[in-house]
Write a protein that binds this ligand. Sequence first.
Ligand code: ADP
Length: 431
Amino acid sequence: MGNSQNNQELERRTREFYALTQVAKTLAAPLDLAELLDAVMNRLADALEPAELGVIMLWDNSAGLFRPAAAFGYKLHDIREMGLRAGESITGKVYDEGTARLLTAEEIAQAMADMRPPNRRIMSRAVDTEDLPHSALVVPLRVGERKFGVLVLEILHRPTQFSSADLVFAQTLADLIALAVDRDRLENEAALTRDVNEIDRLRAEALAALSHELRTPLATIKGYSTALLLEQVQWSDTKRREFLQLIDAECDNLTTMINDMLDSSLIDVGRLVIEREPVRLPRLAREVADEMQTHTQVHRIVLDFAPDFPLLDADPRRIKQVIRNILDNAIKYSPNGGLVVIRGQVRATDVVVSIADQGVGISPEDLIPLFEKYFRVKSPTGYHVPGTGLGLPVARAIVEAHGGRIWAESKVGQGTTLYFSLPRAGLSEGA
Ligand code: ADP
């Protein structure tokens, strides 16, 4: 080996070493996978002298396609549209074989012969020429038995070819890239298990809280019915009536809770059915208000709807449930009583119903998770109000299934207003 050859060899190795350290450094950066691969390809464009084009093709199992994850030399915007099927073109073949390949012009043409025309057009557009590369290195991206895709490096116009030394080097690069892809996969899996555990924990807590909530009305019912059944006690008619009323009210509470639980699980599995028909919202609100007014003497429920309030295309049973859940809270969370106002406003494209109480109110930080399942404000006074934390999430699901929105405003100690909107579209005025 002559001196100049030695020098060339040394130069190549130095270049490779430099490229490797650059790539390794880039891959250690705390970036997400897409950004990492972009950065690596940018590095390679500088560091890997003869290569003019480079692309990382990753197998996307859900799409059943190889997709470009990052590239250099290609116009990114164009190459991103490429989608190769299993076995298609060089990518598909090297992935299947699992071994790195150094391809000549002829082998490239052969391997690409089955590339589908749309992909071929994308490729030409991405390099602004119909010419095919005349030298290519294609290396599988794998960690152990796990395959992720391939790294493709190509020479298009430069008067030089890849060598078998380049092939070994490219495989080292590909191994580094594959490690980064694998790390990303492991991190995603870990995050997923974490989420599942967290969900399980929340569900267990919620279930415990729910059972407790169900027990409270049951204890009342049991207590008063046992009392009524006591043979040795003669209850006065007023007392009997009072006990029966308490039992009746607690049965209503239980029914509401169980319905919310059932609806919530229906919503979870996407089975909430909305049966639309022309609906007179003020009339529905009146019915719910009358029903609720019988449960309280300290609250006064008043309605304020415009006389020309439009007919809506909605599910009357479900909309009643929304009003009932909100109104029930308005009463439950204003223990000192007061005015509860149900108002209906008509806007250009929708209607807005608001239900305002003069109760305990909700602090700003508790307003954020208000519509989340099982969320209940922790009462600082220790004053316990029975509930499931499902009333508002169920109301939200119903309103959103109608194409509307639900939100709340509140001031601690002054009261709360719940709003929901429903679209007017679909029915002609006064029909
Ligand atoms: P539940 O009433 O069964 O606990 P909800 O989903 O209906 O469940 O309500 C969630 C929580 O939001 C309640 O526990 C309560 O802390 C708070 N909240 C709802 N409506 C009001 C209101 N009108 N005033 C004060 N707090 C309310």
